[in-house]
Design a binder for this molecule. Sequence first.
Ligand SMILES: [Zn+2]
Length: 519
Amino acid sequence: MIEIFIPDIVIVNGQIHTLDKQHDPFSEALGITGNRIMLVGLNREVEALAKGRTRVIDAKGRVVLPGFIDAHTHFAHMGIREGQLNLSDTKSKHEALSKIRGFSLNKASGEWVIGSGWDESHWSDSKEYMTKGELDAVAPNNPVLLRRVDGHLDCVNTRALEILNLRKDTIGYEIVDGVATGILKEDAVELAAKILEPSVEQFATGITTATKTAHRLGVTSIQDAQVDGRMLKAYRSLNQAGELNIRASLMPTTEYLDDLVTLGLGAGFGDDRLRLGPLKVFSDGSIGAGTAAISEPYLDNPDELGLLMWENEELENIVFKAHKNDIQLAIHAIGDRAIDLVLDCFEKANLQQKKDLRHRIEHAEMLSVKQITRMKEMKIIASMQPNFVGQWGLAGGMYDHRLGRERTMSMNPFASIVKSDLPLAFGSDCMPFDPLYGIHWAVNAPYPMQRMSPEQAFKAYTIGGAYASLEEDKKGSLEGGKLADLIMLDGDPFNDPSHIKDMSVDMTIFNGIVVHERG
Ligand SMILES: [Zn+2]
């Protein structure tokens, strides 16, 4: 019986940042038995437990933290994308087009060329989307579909339009003077995605590929923010085979609400490896695509206030039905007008009822101090992406271009959120999928309303995500009895916060097993 107290792994000579409530920065060692953390303490306490079969890891003073929990990813899709054309590093439209030409040359005639990650706001030669004609010129023999970095806008060519064969009245199907421009937004984007949907096997392969990336970057749990039946089957098949090496919480989309109600399913169903997350509902679009619902017009398009996806009453009904049936909600709301509407719906659904459902607002980029107070009152979690600050919030970036400096300065107000003690979960939305990059921009954000301490940022990327999936008793901090998901860094973000994005994860331990170790 005494055997079970012999640790399988001990880490000594570390700086263990537990990120629990006490956050004792003087812990230097940690022991793991099976898939659990056995104890956190001093070197001599932990070393005394090590026996012959214990692996002793000398951290040599390095920082040890809980594994990252990415509270908003498109993980299965990210894995699929790794086999597609990646345009995220393109510095000009010219470069993007020549990459598309090169990629399509390796495809058979008629085979789809699918790419993503482009962001015209980063281009030096043009801030315009790619046109149908430009894509026809570089890939005349292949249908081409290129999804913008935010996932809310596609550029397609003529052959793609022929195959997609969208109805002219499809929302977001851009037609000018009776001719399709090749720009797809909103419903048109969704329809195109459905037509090109990968199979269960392709998703399973994608999840496995993405898991390798996750381990390298220190991510041990993900929340997949838009899953359908095929993706769920792929996750289940991997889990059943014992091959799901990441903890996944899955968010079904609005169309499944009635099914969930009928079956009596809600967040938390499942186990510590694979579980059902909240219902994902969209309320508006994105700022990059000019579709986030805002209260004052876009700076670069003075007639535009963005799009709301539902009539007020429709959204109210969704919120009411989900809440009544104990289904957690994760509502995508980016513009201030969308956030107000979502908060009104929550208010009408009478959240004061004694239910700890932990509804969330996803992104909440244009969040006001008043809205933070309302969220706090209704116990709504802010699920946000600090990497957006680095991607779009710097001087001359997309926020400046679309919204102007004044509004840019109060976007993603992490400092105000922390000050009001609103529950905050960080995620990446896969733009890019890299917690250290995101944390860097929360800590080194350009404007005071956005800036937070390294400890606050790491908490949002660990225990904050665990709270958002109702799992804070099991993971998210380094405490005896919790799941052994942890990482070791090659730098010290607490002493050297200006270089967090350049740091690497030296080791990742998932479920008590070393799954990533650098050279
Ligand atoms: Zn998303």
